[in-house]
Design a protein around this ligand. Structure first.
Ligand SMILES: [Zn+2]
Length: 270
């Protein structure tokens, strides 16, 4: 049996092995697309945002939480009860964040600075933005309050840092803090394996043009995609925040497109 030992990427030491056994008991129900062995994603109705799952013997790591606790009750209904033991939020936009309170038992991770942002989001308030996009204002505010209550963990010491979560059974997830770029706080998740999988958050969008709102840092976005490509490597499957799973060539093309759109000069040559 090919264990794939040593073939994972991401500089996570021994974290690049395949899950050996035991994750199959956490298989999600219908509506989840298999991206790699034990790695799944689901495109949610409404804004077409992605939520991801990484199965290991100890349970499920959930990537992003969707737009509300109510929505999470629907798409999460097929998950094994008590299965979600860890939650990672890629960035604090309403469609990825506001369902976080639906998983109160899960250890919650996000980009560095997320807890402080949620305490005082200012003009980038995810609940207000969600209400502008059609969420019930009071429900969105309550969802934000529930998300704010979570004890958030982040890669340390801060921006640019990585954290390696040992999920057990030879499986790991590497959290890479890559923001600001698409938002004030952007984090990607690498799941080493064959193939490696990278959950990109909205640093990559396939179903439409990447969205650069008032909280984006367009001048930094191409460099964040360089870091994303270095994280996953050429063989990885890149899961966008919105749209179909893509390869490294698509991410490279989107990097060039964004650099042109935002007038970022080419990198200096060697
Ligand atoms: Zn976003």
């Amino acid at each position: 049996m090919d264990t794939g030992a040593g073939r994972g990427r991401g500089g996570a030491g021994g974290a690049g092995r395949e899950p050996r056994e035991g994750w199959e008991r956490w298989l999600p129900g219908e509506g989840w697309e298999a991206v790699a062995p034990g790695v799944f994603r689901r495109r949610l109705p409404g804004w077409d945002e992605t939520v991801g799952l990484v199965a290991s013997p100890g349970g499920l790591l959930l990537v992003d939480a969707g737009p509300s606790r109510e929505a999470a009750g629907a798409w999460g209904a097929g998950l094994p009860p008590g299965g979600v033991t860890r939650l990672v939020v890629t960035h604090p936009h309403f469609d990825h964040l506001l369902g976080a309170g639906a998983f109160p038992a899960a250890e919650a991770w996000g980009p560095a600075g997320l807890a402080a942002f949620l305490a005082a989001p200012g003009a980038a308030d995810p609940a207000a933005d969600g209400a502008r996009h059609g969420l019930h204002p009071a429900a969105a505010a309550a969802d934000l309050a529930a998300a704010r209550e979570r004890p958030w963990r982040a890669p340390s010491p801060g921006r640019g840092s990585r954290a390696v979560l040992d999920l057990g059974g030879g499986r790991a997830a590497v959290l890479a803090d890559l923001g600001p770029a698409h938002s004030a706080l952007d984090l990607a998740v690498l799941v080493p394996g064959t193939p490696p999988v990278v959950f990109c958050g909205d640093l990559v969008e396939e179903s439409g043009e990447p969205q650069a709102g008032p909280d984006a840092s367009p001048e930094r976005w191409p460099a964040a995609l360089d870091a994303l490509l270095a994280l996953g490597g050429p063989e990885a499957r890149y899961v966008p925040g919105h749209g179909a799973v893509v390869g490294a060539a698509f991410v490279r093309a989107q990097r060039e497109e964004l650099a042109g759109r935002f007038g970022v000069p080419p990198r200096p040559g060697p």
